[in-house]
Ligand binder design. Structure first.
Ligand code: MG
Length: 388
């Protein structure tokens, strides 16, 4: 390859200066890593963050962590890995359209659920309750613990040593709790790239939970007729399918779901661009000091999405079959927590840090489990028929 066409890191950084909007976070402006490193020959710091997340063990474990369905319930439902990949691809589309830093938005989106417990929010609720006198538990904080402390890939120090900007995106909220590494400085608002990753997460799960709920037969299409965005998509698809013989119910439903995600993403891009334009935002500092985030749906669609989430809550997440499974999952997490608290020696190779107390060590260990490992451990430790 001719040297004239070679794109090294410096050329990539220069291209960002030309291509990105003035309010985007450029790799060259990073506040850096906790431990300084020699820059890579070809990748920017944010590209390197993205790749580190993708190559982490915690990322691979997402495949066996619940989104809504437990992994053995069906091969076509989302798990936390496919949810993460769908969120990341939405984040890329939105970032590119807004001329933000796609690499940073993607790194944050890929890392955003690394701290999720087994069994989705059911596991998180139980750990939060069990840890309420020991510093609490939430998955955003846990995601930062995973990338900062539990990945052991580099000699000399734990963690992935990500940039301050990626860590800020993962952390989401300011917090008053102790963390063994210095926390990134948080402005009133986070970067636009972190805001995009959040919005992409929401769009991804609303879309795929509708899909999975309908596919499982737990969500009735009739219920969704109360939703404006569903109605518009359905009307458009039914009109385009009228009189055709090469369609099916499956294709019709796919068409509706595609129209919904498309409307959400398009609205997010256009409403966010209009907000940035109206406010005359000209730099990252103005993003950080603003009263409100700039990346959000238009007011009308935000309300419709909220109504859709309520329908999902009422008719899908609280469906008796899902709730029954949720109760069982809560029992598994609570049992494991109790047994490990009483018998720390039963946690071989636990990632917990002793200096943060035995309860935190147990929470870290349980939170890191996949669904199937948690189920197997529960059987091993509590089923009297299992050999010790
Ligand atoms: Mg998520």
């Amino acid at each position: 390859m001719s040297g004239a066409w070679l794109q090294d890191r410096e050329a990539s950084q220069k291209a960002e200066l030309e291509r990105l909007a003035p309010y985007a976070l450029r790799a060259v402006d990073t506040q850096g890593r906790v431990r300084a490193e020699t820059p890579h020959a070809y990748r920017t710091d944010f590209q390197r963050d993205r790749d580190r997340v993708l190559h982490s063990r915690a990322f691979r474990r997402l495949e066996y962590k619940t989104q809504v369905f437990v992994h053995h319930e069906g091969d076509h439902y989302r798990n936390r890995l496919t949810h993460t990949l769908e969120a990341a691809t939405v984040a890329r589309t939105v970032s590119r359209a807004l001329r933000l830093n796609e690499d940073l938005a993607e790194a944050v989106a890929l890392a955003h659920d690394l701290g999720h417990t087994p069994f989705g929010h059911a596991g998180e609720r139980v750990l939060a309750e069990l840890m309420k006198d020991d510093g609490g538990f939430d998955h955003n904080r846990q995601s930062l613990r995973v990338v900062d402390l539990f990945e052991d890939r580099y000699a000399g120090a734990p963690g992935l040593n990500l940039t301050a900007e990626t860590r800020e995106g993962i952390l989401k909220h300011g917090c008053a709790w102790d963390h063994p590494l210095p926390l990134p400085e948080l402005g009133r608002q986070r970067s636009l790239e972190a805001q995009v990753a959040d919005a992409a997460d929401e769009i991804a799960y609303v879309h795929h939970d509708l899909d999975d709920g309908l596919r499982a037969g737990l969500l009735d299409e009739e219920v969704l007729h109360a939703s404006g965005i569903w109605q518009r998509a359905r009307t458009a698809v039914d009109a385009s399918f009228a009189g055709r013989s090469d369609t099916s119910e499956n294709l019709r439903r796919s068409g509706i779901l595609t129209a919904i995600i498309n409307e959400l993403i398009t609205d997010l891009i256009e409403a966010s661009a209009a907000r940035l334009e109206r406010a005359g935002v000209c730099c990252v500092d103005e993003v950080r000091s603003a009263e409100r985030p700039f990346v959000a749906l238009s007011d009308g669609l935000a309300e419709e999405k909220l109504a859709l989430k309520r329908l999902l809550m009422e008719h899908f997440y609280r469906h008796p079959r899902v709730q029954h499974r949720t109760r069982k999952a809560e029992g598994v997490i609570a049992d494991l927590f109790r047994v490990y608290r009483e018998h720390a020696e039963l946690m071989p190779g636990a990632p917990g840090r002793v200096d943060e107390g035995p309860a935190r060590a147990v929470a870290d260990y349980v939170a890191g489990m996949t669904d199937r490992f948690a189920i197997a451990e529960h059987r091993r430790l509590l089923d009297p028929h299992e050999p010790c």
